[in-house]
Design a protein around this ligand. Structure first.
Ligand code: NAI
Length: 408
């Protein structure tokens, strides 16, 4: 077995929910006749989603959604499978990245699965001739959904898209635990620095930020949070973290992780305030949270190490991980989210793709929630795989919960 396939089978053993879906898909073939276009991080967990969709009868074409997150051996293994074509290559140029997106779209998809909305953006701009053949799509991440909602608000989204990110079974596990654990793991393995006792600045106290803050706190870091939303700032304060503006955090932070989905959260003013040896990283979707263009312009020199760029600013050195791209995926040893977390997220993707294939033609263009039944199916399947039983409502309790005239 080659190395890509070994990685894929390693991940498969910890993905019981997706395996159960694959068994049903193999028997029922609910995706027969569908052509699914995907732009996701091409690594072993994603490969198991691709295999599940192919087992359901779909032809699948996939490329990456980030030039640094592709694992070439997994891409090769996928490309060798029946009914699957993979165009992703690690560290490809921007031109090659978009050429691969076009090759995926050349297959005239009926269903799209995105992580960051690149396929849908391309379909609505340079490849509009393909729009009429698309039944609908699924979107994996917060940033992609922000962009889709902006498109929908302007009446420009021409097919239905399921916001897979926005469902409890995704956000509460993938964003919180997945990003929390994997961003810290990647930061540690890339730099080899100690977390305990360090002042770690988390920018953005959303789902990703709060997972990261809690886990870093658990490892002994002195965590502080920056926010722009007063409710989330208050939540961070009451969860026990220091909340302060980035200008103040920049002066005291040893390690920084941005998780805002916003641009230039650490910019020129803060570069002037950072301590010597500060380590900057980003866990938000795009590489825009740290203003690297500016940092390159003001640096006296830049030194390269594996996964680390060091910017010399006078007598200070500031280090940036993974070129400011997703730190949990784009460092040389970044593995992305833990397997069990992606088992849940990709189970949601597989069932949402099945839903779109079946019901997409009944829906108009816009962003749709994951149907509650899908969310619940994934939770039940996961609990069953863990051997965890829960209570169910008695008839009396069900009546009580739906009554309005019973009180004290
Ligand atoms: P969220 O919307 O729950 O949280 C973002 C938070 O950042 C909000 O509380 C917002 O008020 C805050 N924020 C916005 N601008 C800010 C600024 N200038 N300074 C400080 N705070 C600011 O979003 P979520 O789910 O936490 O996702 C965040 C980003 O992480 C998105 O880009 C998402 O696509 C990405 N993501 C990355 C993953 C990974 O594997 N690294 C996994 C899941 C999501």
């Amino acid at each position: 077995m080659d190395s890509g396939m070994r990685k894929i089978t390693w991940a498969a053993q910890y993905m019981p929910v997706l395996r159960a879906i694959e068994r049903r898909f193999t028997a029922d073939r609910p995706l027969e006749g569908q052509r699914i276009a995907m732009a996701l991080h091409v690594e072993a967990k994603t490969a198991n989603l691709v295999r599940t969709l192919a087992a359901g009868g779909a032809e699948v074409e996939i490329t990456g959604c980030n030039p640094l997150s592709t694992q070439d051996d997994v891409a090769l293994a996928l490309d060798a499978m029946d009914g699957i074509r993979c165009y992703a290559r690690h560290a490809c140029s921007v031109e090659e990245y978009y050429a691969a997106i076009d090759r995926v779209l050349d297959a005239r998809p009926t269903v799209t699965i995105d992580d960051g909305m690149d396929l849908i953006h391309r379909l609505h701009t340079a490849r509009r001739e393909l729009l009429s053949g698309v039944i609908g799509g699924c979107e994996e991440t917060t940033t992609g959904i922000h962009r889709l909602r902006a498109m929908a608000a302007e009446g420009k989204l021409e097919f239905p898209v399921i916001a897979v990110n926005d469902t409890p079974m995704k956000r509460s596990f993938d964003n919180v635990h997945g990003t929390g654990e994997s961003a810290l793991a990647s930061l540690m393995i890339t730099t080899n620095v100690l977390i305990a006792g360090k002042r770690l600045v988390v920018a953005g106290y959303g789902y990703c930020g709060r997972g990261l803050a809690r886990k870093a706190h658990g490892m002994g870091a002195r965590v502080c949070v920056t926010e722009v939303d007063p409710r989330r700032a208050l939540e961070a304060h009451m969860d026990g973290f220091d909340v302060l503006p980035m200008d103040e955090a920049a002066r005291i932070g040893d390690l920084f992780v941005t998780t805002t989905g916003n641009a230039h959260v650490i910019g020129e003013r803060q570069f002037g305030l950072l301590k010597d040896g500060a380590i900057l990283s980003n866990a938000g979707h795009f590489n825009v949270e740290i203003d690297l263009e500016r940092l390159h312009k003001i640096a006296d020199a830049v030194e390269q190490r594996d996964g680390i760029e060091t910017f010399v600013l006078g007598d200070r050195r500031v280090h940036v991980l993974a070129e400011g791209r997703l730190v949990n995926l784009a460092t040389p040893k970044g593995m992305g989210h833990p397997i069990e977390v992606m088992d849940l997220s990709f189970a949601l993707q597989a069932l949402s793709a099945e839903y779109i294939a079946k019901h997409g033609r009944e829906l108009t263009g816009g962003v749709y929630e994951v149907p509650a039944a899908i969310d619940e199916t994934v939770a039940c399947e996961k609990l069953a795989s863990l051997g965890i039983a829960i209570d169910s409502l008695t008839d009396e309790q069900a009546r009580y919960m739906s009554a309005w005239d019973v009180g004290t």
